[in-house]
Design a protein around this ligand. Structure first.
Ligand code: FES
Length: 150
């Protein structure tokens, strides 16, 4: 059911933890499944130097947050914004359709951390929308139906 990459990132997640005095921190949950993800970003001169995460959630949520932090390190803010839940899932060689919503937590918590960074620095990041606290309230283009959430 899960790709080898998903299993690898679930069993050996990269970048677990916190960043002290992070440039931006974002927390997003999914009220339906109860899972929560927190992302910390260290940003210097517009480049994401480091990323860490804590996920209280399912295996797919752990694997996607691990992959999302790997993808985002070394990127500019603009490049980071292009990381979507679909690109994270693709980097993991796919997720079962019923687990696509888990990857949304990674995308949204990343955006929430960037939003926090923008707020702290009084800047506007073009293309960044105000983050949601609960991805389930978010009208997102997911490749799944409602049944997949449970
Ligand atoms: Fe909740 Fe995966 S994030 S089931």
């Amino acid at each position: 059911m899960y790709s080898e990459k998903v299993m690898d990132h679930f069993m050996h997640p990269r970048n677990v933890g916190e960043i002290e005095n992070a440039s931006g921190v974002g927390t997003v949950g999914n009220a339906k499944c109860g899972d929560i993800m927190k992302v910390y970003l260290q940003i210097e001169d517009g480049i994401i130097k480091d990323a860490k995460f804590k996920t209280f959630g399912c295996g797919a949520a752990v694997a996607t947050s691990s992959m999302a932090t790997e993808l985002v390190i070394g990127k500019t803010i603009e490049e980071a914004l292009k990381i979507t839940n679909k690109s994270v899932a693709e980097a993991l060689d796919g997720l079962p359709p019923v687990k696509m919503h888990c990857s949304l937590l990674a995308e949204e918590s990343l955006h929430a951390a960037l939003w926090d960074y923008a707020q702290k620095n009084n800047i506007t990041i073009e293309g960044l929308k105000k983050p949601v606290e609960d991805v389930h309230d978010h009208d997102h283009d997911l490749e799944e139906d409602e049944e997949g959430i449970n």
